[in-house]
Design a protein around this ligand. Structure first.
Ligand SMILES: Cc1cc2nc3c(=O)[nH]c(=O)nc-3n(C[C@H](O)[C@H](O)[C@H](O)COP(=O)(O)O)c2cc1C
Length: 330
């Protein structure tokens, strides 16, 4: 199942583990890379030394390519320099213009991806020289750039920038989804929520339980969890915080029920009710009330299994789907 994207990224299988701030670390990224996909480290909020440590730890766990993701809504110049110094194989940019970074990344030997939410953004990223474009549909879990669904967005982006490799993101949890992405002309799938239900992901057990119990209608696209990252729409599981805010008549930020109240405690102190924060395993308190990031493909998340098995199962299922469809074509 090698695609042009695989050749560009130096991987065997067309699966990228989406960077997921707070949830994906060296163990998950290395497991996916070792399984033949591309593991990604989300390091947008790491202090310099912790960032170097995460990169080096990943390198100690795999000799295959992996990536680092930087969210450009926050200052990333120093972290970008660290990526170059540490010779990170793939650098991915989200929520901003990759243009200022591409030439230096290429000079350091890195492959560059940029996440987009429209064909126009894809064309701009291609003009900036990126090596692959991630088309993030609004089904996606976590922060969501736009409001176009994965199917029409992927197709429009492929038509806009092909043969530049396109990676489809949002709502893909199994081999059917991967096969659909390939059918749209994408070179692979960028999969987040499915990898939260692996032992390698750093998430609170109660968050994982909620993911396993959720279906395709359990998520909501909202801007509610804005403390720490304002004006950035996202998709989460519906929970008690959303329900209480709706019951209060959907007041504006600053006037919402329980505003400023810490609902959980962690190593870095209290986590506020409307915080943009991934519930990690070390938190205590009302985990259910926090930002439970999830995409609509959460319906396909039914069991916890090691990341390598997730990759193998998705590829095996996609092969079956593609074979069956081949027969249908006659
Ligand atoms: C818990 C979580 C955290 C995320 N954090 C980031 C991040 O730090 N950087 C980024 O580019 N995307 C982030 N995303 C978005 C993912 O990269 C990806 O676009 C999304 O997970 C794809 O949709 P899916 O969850 O339906 O597979 C996050 C998503 C989740 C679920």
């Amino acid at each position: 199942m090698r695609t042009a994207l695989c050749d560009r990224l130096g991987i065997e299988l067309p699966i990228v583990q989406a960077p997921m701030g707070g949830a994906a670390g060296p163990a998950l990224a290395a497991a996916v890379s070792n399984a033949g996909g591309l593991g990604m480290l989300p390091l947008s909020w790491h202090p310099a030394e912790a960032m170097r440590a995460a990169i080096r730890q990943t390198r100690a766990l795999t000799d295959r390519p992996f990536g680092v993701n930087l969210v450009l809504a926050f200052p990333q110049d120093e972290r970008f320099e660290i990526c170059l110094e540490e010779a990170v194989p793939v650098i991915s940019f989200f929520w901003g213009d990759p243009a200022p970074f591409v030439a230096r990344a290429h000079a350091a030997g890195a492959v560059v991806t940029s996440t987009v939410a429209s064909a126009a953004q894809a064309r701009a990223a291609a003009a900036a020289g990126v090596d692959a474009v991630v088309a993030q549909g609004w089904e996606a879990g976590g922060h969501v750039l736009g409001e176009v669904a994965t199917l029409p967005l992927t197709r429009a982006v492929v038509q806009a920038v092909g043969p530049l490799p396109v990676i489809a993101a949002g709502g893909i949890s199994d081999g059917h989804g991967l096969a659909a992405a390939l059918a749209l002309g994408a070179g692979g799938a960028w999969i987040g929520t499915r990898f939260l239900a692996t032992p390698e992901a750093q998430v609170h057990p109660q968050y994982r339980e909620r993911l396993l119990a959720a279906d395709e209608a359990s998520t909501q696209h909202t801007g509610l969890f804005d403390v720490g990252w304002p004006d950035a729409p996202h998709r989460v599981l519906r929970n008690s915080t959303i329900a209480a805010w709706e019951a209060a008549g959907r007041p504006a930020s600053g006037a919402r029920p329980g505003e400023g109240e810490a609902v959980a405690q962690g190593p870095r102190g209290g986590v506020l009710r409307y915080a943009s924060a991934t519930p990690g395993p070390q938190l205590t308190g009302d985990i259910e009330a926090l930002s439970l990031w999830a995409g609509q493909g959460v319906a396909g998340v039914r069991e916890v299994k090691p990341a390598a098995e997730v990759v193998a199962a998705i590829v095996a299922e996609a092969r079956t789907v593609l074979r069956d469809l081949g027969r249908l074509a006659g």
